[in-house]
Design a protein around this ligand. Structure first.
Ligand code: JFZ
Length: 311
């Protein structure tokens, strides 16, 4: 109740960040530009896991600036922040002790982005939250979605769930202080029993951490609309609209279809006036730079809020 009240009554507006190995590709693999959302490039281009893994070795985001990123979030007037701890590619963007395929152990980079971002959020009273792909995992032999390296017939979701999902969600909820909400996504294979178990695990570790509506089987603490989709409202339930500034979540070099700052502000006002929360995405590039358009839109929204909305 308190948690719902905090994020869905008081905070209302969040910034989402999709950042991972896919950001290094910007939607381009071997000179071929993917027409799809850029964080899906491993699957769309059927990149062998062994080859995709090599991106980790080259991961060295010299422009990663946690204070600057959260400055942008604060400037936008956003009051919560959701970061991709692990997307469908299976790569953990934090120090994971239970799986070596993570930013500390598999790359030369020695900063834990989650630790750094959580610290910055705490300093500015921005609620720190995480995205975790609990079902699709294209790197784990038993995760969902990779049928070019691993035979789906031979998969056992429970193995992946026990050796990766539960331990990683446990780490994430144990090592970084209070987490406002955890954003699960694209339930496909996950059974009701597994969804329920994960829901209970989250609440056992952090009773105040909310679970979004994409864990699977209708389990969760609040509703999720389709991406960029704004419902009529009036349900009395907490709901959230995830939205992008262009047509991709992960950084995509050739996506120039940026929504104008005015349009994004209109969306935010429409969603919030109908009772929802607005979660607006930014996709920094592989070295950690936030696209100029995103910085400008964030500043535009924030200055309007400052002038027109009373806290
Ligand atoms: C998912 C992810 O596959 C995608 O990469 C991104 O992280 C996005 C935020 O979430 O994509 C979805 C999931 C659900 C819907 C649309 C895209 N939906 O319900 O319309």
């Amino acid at each position: 109740e308190q948690a719902i009240k905090d994020i869905f009554t008081n905070r209302k507006f969040g910034i989402f960040v999709h950042w991972g190995l896919y950001s290094m590709l910007g939607g381009v693999w071997k000179d071929k530009k993917t027409p799809y959302i850029a964080e899906w490039i491993m699957k769309r281009s059927r990149i062998p896991a062994k080859e995709y893994e090599q991106l980790a070795e080259k991961f060295n985001p010299s422009a990663f600036d946690p204070a600057g990123w959260i400055e942008t979030v604060a400037r936008a007037g956003a009051r919560y922040f959701v970061f991709t701890a692990k997307h469908h590619d299976g790569f953990a963007m934090y120090r994971s002790k239970c799986n070596r395929y993570n930013v500390i152990d598999a790359s030369g980079f020695n900063i834990d982005p989650i630790e750094a971002l959580a610290d910055q959020c705490r300093k500015r009273d921005i609620k720190f939250c995480l995205y975790y792909s609990q079902d699709q995992d294209w790197h784990h032999p038993h995760g969902t979605g990779n049928d070019w390296d691993f035979d789906p017939e031979k998969k056992d979701f429970s193995i992946y769930f026990e050796e990766k999902v539960k331990p990683q969600v446990t780490e994430l909820l144990s090592n970084y202080g209070p987490i406002g909400l955890i954003w699960f996504d694209t339930p496909v294979q996950i059974s009701r029993r597994h969804s329920k178990e994960l829901f209970e695990l989250v609440h056992r570790l952090q009773p105040d951490c909310l679970v979004n509506g994409r864990l699977g089987h209708g389990i969760g603490d609040y509703g999720q609309t389709e991406d960029n989709d704004i419902p009529a409202g009036g349900t009395g339930q907490a709901w959230e609209v995830p939205a992008t500034m262009n047509d991709s979540w992960g950084y995509k070099t050739h996506d120039r279809n940026w929504k104008s700052p005015q349009l994004l502000l209109n969306q935010l006002i429409e969603v919030i006036s109908k009772g929802g929360n607005y979660l607006l995405n930014i996709g920094p590039d592989g070295i950690g730079r936030i696209p100029t358009q995103s910085i400008q839109s964030a500043a535009y929204i924030g200055s309007w809020l400052k002038d027109n909305a009373r806290a």
